[in-house]
Ligand binder design. Structure first.
Ligand code: AMP
Length: 197
């Protein structure tokens, strides 16, 4: 079966960490729209410059552009066995577009992993992520500061969380809610169990 796995949860929930492990286990690519946007920012294209402003404010890049990016990326050969979606969809419009795209190919999302983490823990994790980057001599992500993070969390609640209600209506059996407060190993084991089931 083609693994089309959606990692769903607030910023800092651990989606990226788990995606890195899952992609090796399942030999499927990790598609992170945040990573794709950071590449565009690093390239300094006109689009990258525009995206950088939106990202620094903790807002969302336009649905049309993001949907186009995912459509192109998932059409590549390395997605034939499936893929992991991390950070997409982030709006109900994106979720609708994903459904339509999958339907065109007679495909469906195989698993939705819903990460639950409380806000205080998320704030602490993001602060630690920035500190760790500095300690390692790297530049922290520009959106890993308390002000932008508060906005990213608000954007998540307002625009992204409603997607969960949408999936609860349309495909409840694919959703597994996991406790994102548990250790990396425990979360990993829970996800592996859900995917094997
Ligand atoms: P992430 O690395 O997933 O936390 O994404 C970093 C930032 O990129 C987000 O705060 C948004 O500004 C932007 N972004 C990432 N994915 C999307 C998406 N699916 N739709 C719109 N904006 C996105």
């Amino acid at each position: 079966m083609k693994h089309i796995i959606l990692l769903f949860g607030p910023p800092g929930a651990g989606k990226g960490t788990q995606a890195t492990r899952l992609k090796d286990k399942l030999s499927i690519p990790h598609l992170s729209t945040g990573d794709m946007l950071r590449e565009a920012v690093a390239e300094g294209t006109t689009f990258g410059k525009m995206a950088e402003i939106v990202m620094k404010e903790g807002g969302l890049v336009s649905d049309e552009i993001i949907i186009g990016m995912i459509r192109q990326r998932t059409a590549k050969e390395d997605c034939n066995k499936g893929y992991l979606l991390d950070g997409f969809p982030r709006t109900v419009e994106q979720a609708d577009a994903l459904d339509a795209m999958l339907q065109e190919n007679n495909e469906t999302i195989s698993h939705i992993i819903n990460f639950e983490v409380d806000d205080e823990a998320l704030k602490a994790r993001i602060a630690r992520r920035a500190e760790d980057a500095i300690a390692a001599g790297q530049t922290p992500r520009k959106d890993d500061n308390p002000e932008t993070f508060a906005q990213r969390l608000a954007t998540y609640r307002e625009q992204t969380l409603p997607i969960l209600a949408y999936y609860r209506n349309t495909q409840p059996n694919t959703i597994t809610t996991i406790n994102g407060m548990a250790s990396i190993e425990e979360v990993n084991a829970e996800i592996n169990g859900a995917i094997a089931a």
